[in-house]
Every structure is written in C-alpha cells, then in structure tokens.
Design a protein around this ligand. Structure first.
Ligand code: NI
Length: 281
C-alpha cells in the first residue's frame, strides 16, 4: 500500500484527537466497562465513546460473579453495549465445574450473548491449574461450535498451549478473535491459519519501544480488529491511567501510521472485519 503524504495524515490526526469532531465510526470489540472501575462515571464514559465515533462496545465476561453487572450495563445501553458469556482462564481453579455450569446455563437460556468470551489460557501468574484451564478452554470451544458463536480468546504466556488445544478444530467453522495480540510475525502467521479468526490490536501497539508495530506491519489489514481491553492496556498518551473506549482512537491512529493509510480506512476495514466475525449489527 503506498504511503500517504505526511501533511494529510497530520490534519486527520488533528481532527480525530479533537474532542467533538466525529469523522469516522469504529467498534471497540473488547471492553470491560461493566467492572467497578466505571461505577462512578459510566454515563460519561459512554458519552465520550459516542463522541469519539465508537458505534458499538462489545463486552466479554470474566466469571459467574460478573454476569449481573455485565447484563445490567448491556440492558442500560441496549443497541450500544453487547454482552458475551464465558469463563476467563484466570478465574479457573479446582472449582471450575461449578463455574462452567453457571456459564453454560446462561448460554443455554439466553439469546442475548453475541460470543463466547473471554476464554483461553493464562500461564503468566502460575501454571498450577494448567490442566483445568485446558479442560475449560476446550469445553468452551465446543460450545462455540454448538451454539455457532464466535470465540474470543485470551492468551498470556501460553501461545504453544493455545495452538495445541485449537489444532484439532482448525478445519471446522470456528470464528473469532485472538484478543490482545502481542506476538511476532511468525506467531501472527500461525494464528491466521485459522481462517475465521481476526487479531485484536489494542493500546500495547502505542507503547514506546514495543516490537509490536513491526509485526503488525506484516498482518493483512483484513485480519485486524480494534479493541481497548478497558480498563487495562491504556494507549499512549494516557498510559498508566484507566483505559476507556474513547481512547481507542489512539490505537486507530497508530495503525494508520503503521500501515501508511488514512485512519478512515483503518476504521472502515476494522469495522467490516468485526462485522464479519460477529455478524450481528
Ligand atoms: Ni479482556
């Protein structure tokens, strides 16, 4: 893709970082704004997201204790916030069967959920429950197939293990997002072997000295979706503070820089990609 003139890019940058100018629309495909970090000011957070051009915010669940808040927020902002249901790997311990049963009941008795998420493997903190995490992940992959819903996958220090669990499902109709992708070009290429999947890019791509932009350059724009993972992973210039959906514009601008295309193209293509995965809007 040919690069665009720096002055044009700069003028777009000015427009998008201005507060009230709505020049493009895009989707935050992964946000936890139902958590208590947002209890004090959620209406303002939603308003800022709308002003920034965010058209939908998709909310992955964590565990049985977060379902009520998740649904409350999605009910309050119907048509704007959409819930997913799943058991997060960091919530998996010896008691996982009870948790899974609650999640499965939600899935079977409600038609509100747009995806299974977030699920996956997390070996960053410890590996004590690796066996249990794998059982829970695999079970939820099967639910995604059974209910024909996309799968939102969290992977932390577990790339090979994620790949191993998913390998048998490669040729099936699974679709979804490898959320918070931060790997190498080689990692990206292996994940993109799963045809129905996109890579979720968030604020990490804006961090100073991050090797991620170099990898992202080689990922086809047709396989990228935008996400915040709010309240976490806040992009520069707000790194270190609470993240929120409106900050997604900084990740979008960074992608525009990396790919050398107008931000509007990133907004449009990433929205199309999200629509392809979720197919609901
Ligand atoms: Ni998350």
């Amino acid at each position: 893709m040919p690069g665009i003139r720096a002055d044009i890019l700069l003028s777009f940058k000015r427009e998008i970082t201005g507060n009230n100018i709505r020049i493009m629309n895009f989707i935050d495909t992964h946000s936890h704004i139902y958590l208590e970090e947002f209890d004090a000011d959620l209406p303002e957070v939603i308003e800022r997201a709308r002003l920034a051009g965010i058209t939908q915010i998709l909310l992955p669940n964590v565990n049985s204790t977060t379902i009520e808040r998740l649904l409350r927020v999605c009910n309050e902002y119907k048509g704007y916030c959409y819930p997913m249901i799943g058991l997060h790997p960091t919530s998996v311990d010896g008691d996982y069967e009870k948790e899974l049963a609650i999640i499965e009941k939600e899935l079977a008795t409600s038609n509100l959920y747009i995806a299974i998420g977030e699920v996956g493997l997390d070996l960053y903190w410890d590996k004590i429950y690796l066996k249990e995490q794998i059982i829970v992940f695999d079970t939820q992959i099967q639910w995604a197939l059974k209910y024909d819903l996309p799968l939102i996958i969290h992977s932390r220090d577990a790339f090979e293990q994620i790949y191993e669990v998913m390998k048998p499902y490669k040729d099936l109709s699974l679709k979804g997002i490898f959320h918070s992708f931060t790997g190498s070009v080689e990692d990206a290429n292996r994940l993109l072997e799963f045809d129905g999947f996109m890579l979720g890019i968030n604020g990490v791509v804006t961090f100073k000295n991050s090797p991620l932009p170099e990898a992202v350059k080689h990922i086809p724009i047709e396989r990228v979706v935008l996400e915040t993972d709010a309240p976490y992973l806040t992009p520069v210039p707000y790194r270190g503070k609470r993240n929120e959906s409106a900050h997604l514009k900084y990740t979008l601008m960074k992608l525009s820089e990396i790919y050398g295309v107008l931000p509007e193209l990133i907004a449009k293509q990433s929205t199309l990609n999200a629509l392809k995965v979720f197919g609901i809007f």
